[in-house]
Write a protein that binds this ligand. Structure first.
Ligand SMILES: Nc1ncnc2c1ncn2[C@@H]1O[C@H](COP(=O)(O)OP(=O)(O)O)[C@@H](O)[C@H]1O
Ligand SMILES: [Mg+2]
Length: 205
């Protein structure tokens, strides 16, 4: 029985997810909510090992279906060993990325058939879904310029602009498909501007 709420934050690199997460945690904590921060791929001991395999630039080749299934394998572990138990005891979970990222990166970016992603989603998640998803949107060039100084790129970050433009478009499509759950937020201006929009949306919870 789920008592807590499950919130996810998503968007391309440099959209501002990590920056805004601290603010969201503070906001919820001030409301007396016990919020647990997590991320995908990863979030569990095994999931973090899968993340390393997925993101290491030393992993030279990987079939797109392998990538998709590893994402969902990590997610299955995440849901069963961390997310569900926390929600059952009334904690809230805030995840940096979740299933929408599979539709955006493996669907939009890699061009995998959406139906196959939906099959895995049904298998792994059944009818489980975030209560709310904050989708931070920025033009790809701006996102890239924000993260330029970050150092060595991971295996997925090494993709080209076209890839990330498809990822961004797929995220936007998802927000149109699920307008009640996915809140599209313009994150192209100041940190404060993004924060104010997030604050207004969290007020609806
Ligand atoms: N509106 C904004 N919201 C969040 N971060 C922003 C914004 N504008 C500029 N930034 C800057 O962009 C950089 C990348 O943000 P980050 O939170 O690491 O993105 P992500 O985790 O989505 O890749 C940070 O240095 C942050 O200060
Ligand atoms: Mg981040």
């Amino acid at each position: 029985m789920k008592k807590g709420k499950f919130i996810t934050i998503d968007g391309i690199e440099g959209a501002g997810k990590s920056t805004q997460i601290d603010f969201i945690c503070d906001y919820l904590s001030n409301k007396g909510v016990n919020v647990i921060l997590t991320r995908e791929p990863g979030g569990t001991e095994l999931g973090e090992k899968i993340r390393e395999l997925l993101l290491s630039s030393e992993t030279k080749s990987m079939h797109s279906d392998t990538e998709l299934m590893m994402m969902f394998a990590a997610r299955n572990e995440h849901i069963h060993s961390k997310i569900m138990p926390a929600l059952a005891q009334g904690d809230w979970i805030l995840s940096d990325r979740f299933t929408d990222a599979s539709y955006a990166y493996q669907g939009g970016g890699r061009g995998l058939d959406i139906k196959r992603i939906a099959q895995l989603e049904r298998w792994v998640l059944q009818d489980f879904s975030p209560d709310m998803t904050l989708l931070l949107d920025v033009p790809v060039e701006l996102g890239m310029s924000r993260v330029e100084s970050r150092g060595k790129k991971d295996r997925i970050e090494l993709e080209d602009m076209d890839f990330f433009n498809r990822v961004r478009e797929a995220y936007i499509d998802r927000s149109k498909q699920f307008p009640d759950r996915i809140k599209l937020i313009d994150s192209s201006q100041t940190v404060e501007h993004t924060k104010q929009q997030i604050k207004a949306i969290l007020g609806l919870l």
